[in-house]
Design a protein. Structure first.
Length: 445
């Protein structure tokens, strides 16, 4: 699942024009986000080459794709977020980028499965220090009225990164081998880390926040973690919203991680040819979906959270159909058409999910709710989905080695889970208004 960059639902009115310094910082941090996402896509683009070179099974290569990254990315993210609230964020971002870029280079130099596994674990540790301090810095570089546009631009970094990791890295792999694809991503990351450290200033926290009358009121009491979790577990709409996001990540990104490998096996494509198909879908369709979602969520039509949930349920349910036919068909043209419908849906649900979540939990629980949602989603799409597909593919292949047919069966089994996600969004409509009212009143009993 991509890092949450939700549009600010309900933000209205003209925004002041951003300065050159603000744009400079925004572009650099968006590039950091792009490098973060590109690193995840490059390994899926060249996964088949890695599997053949290191003589791995599908379940073995799945460990490198998801589990190795998730082990520490998921668990280290919360402590790193806490550090970003206390220490210099520019230094954390540049240090984290330097760490994961260096280990991306080492991934390409790895000679054994064990070496690559350790490198990917290190990449996960580094990437946990990218998004939390970046979004925090942007909030202190841009005024409230500017933030929706700034965060939308920042979110476009994910589309750029997916294109780089799929299309650019695939072309490099075709020309020079899969190891050079990692080098091609790691070296620019090191340069970008130095540029941020040398040219970006750490802003004063809260510098752009307007004074509010509410600031003079007593702060909401902090709750122990166990009480916050107990409260969240009792909220039906909130739990359906969290489960909807987790299952959508399981369905959508679980399929996406294996799609490059499937295209290579089923249609005899190279890594570059598969990336050439998928990359523009992320860059073009993903960017359009990201911008359209931000505009839509800020409109008056989406002021009622039930409408947002119904829209999410309908979109996910409808797109489940082409997600199934991507792997059912034996016609590459039909598969491409279905992918053009499927890919933008993966960028649609993230903003609304996290935007609604901020509205249905009390203020003193928002960080906990966000962290819990991310934990569930990342476990689903980085741990469960890749490993599930790999294990099923290996099982269906028997002792003959995984091939296109065995992988196809595994992906066809996973594809219908989109309907499960849609049901959770629909079920959340029953209690969403009551829970939003409780959150507004600060009721956490």
């Amino acid at each position: 699942m991509l890092a949450p960059v939700p549009p600010v639902i309900g933000a209205r009115g003209p925004a002041p024009v951003a300065s050159a310094r603000q744009w400079y910082v925004l572009v650099l941090l968006s590039l950091v986000y792009a490098m973060n996402i590109a690193d995840r896509y490059v390994i899926t683009t060249v996964m088949e080459s890695i599997r053949l070179d290191l003589k791995l099974t599908d379940s073995g290569v799945a460990l490198l794709t998801g589990v190795a990254l998730a082990l520490f990315y998921v668990t280290i993210g919360i402590p790193v977020s806490a550090l970003a609230d206390r220490f210099n964020r520019r230094n954390i971002i540049s240090g984290a980028l330097l760490l994961w870029s260096g280990l991306t280079i080492l991934t390409g130099l790895s000679a054994t499965f064990g070496q690559m596994l350790l490198a990917r674990i290190g990449v996960g540790i580094g990437e946990s220090g990218g998004t939390p301090p970046s979004t925090s810095m942007l909030a202190d570089y841009f005024r409230p009225a500017q933030r929706p546009a700034a965060l939308t631009v920042y979110a476009l970094g994910s589309c750029l990164g997916a294109w780089i990791g799929a299309d650019v890295a695939g072309r490099v792999a075709d020309l020079y081998g899969w190891r050079h694809a990692f080098l091609a991503l790691g070296v620019p990351g090191v340069v970008l880390a130095a540029l941020i450290f040398l040219t970006v200033r750490e802003p004063r926290r809260g510098a752009m926040d307007a004074p509010r009358a509410a600031d003079a009121a007593p702060a909401a009491p902090r709750l122990p973690l166990w009480r916050a979790l107990a409260f969240l577990l009792r909220q039906r709409a909130t739990m359906h919203l969290m489960m909807g996001g987790a299952v959508t990540a399981l369905w959508g990104w679980g399929l996406m991680w294996w799609t490059p490998t499937y295209l290579q096996r089923a249609y005899g494509l190279t890594a570059g040819q598969a990336g050439e198909i998928l990359g523009p879908m992320h860059l073009i369709a993903g960017s359009l979906a990201t911008v359209a979602t931000a505009v839509l969520m800020a409109s008056k039509a989406m002021a009622d959270p039930r409408r947002v949930l119904i829209l999410m349920a309908v979109v996910v349910a409808v797109i489940t159909v082409p997600s199934f036919f991507i792997f059912w068909t034996h016609d590459l043209g039909v598969a491409k058409l279905c992918l053009w419908l499927f890919v933008p849906a993966m960028y649609f649900y993230i903003g609304p999910s996290f935007g609604l979540l901020q509205n249905v939990v009390p203020a003193q629980m928002r960080a906990t709710a966000c962290a819990l949602t991310l934990l569930m989603a990342n476990i689903a799409n980085l741990v469960i989905a890749p490993q599930f597909v790999g294990l099923v593919s290996d099982h269906m292949a028997g002792g003959h080695g995984a091939d296109a047919a065995s992988l196809r069966i595994a992906l066809l089994i996973l594809a219908p889970t989109g309907l499960w996600a849609a049901w959770h969004y629909w079920a959340a409509t029953r209690n969403i208004l009551a829970e939003q009212a409780r959150a507004t009143a600060g009721d956490h009993a």
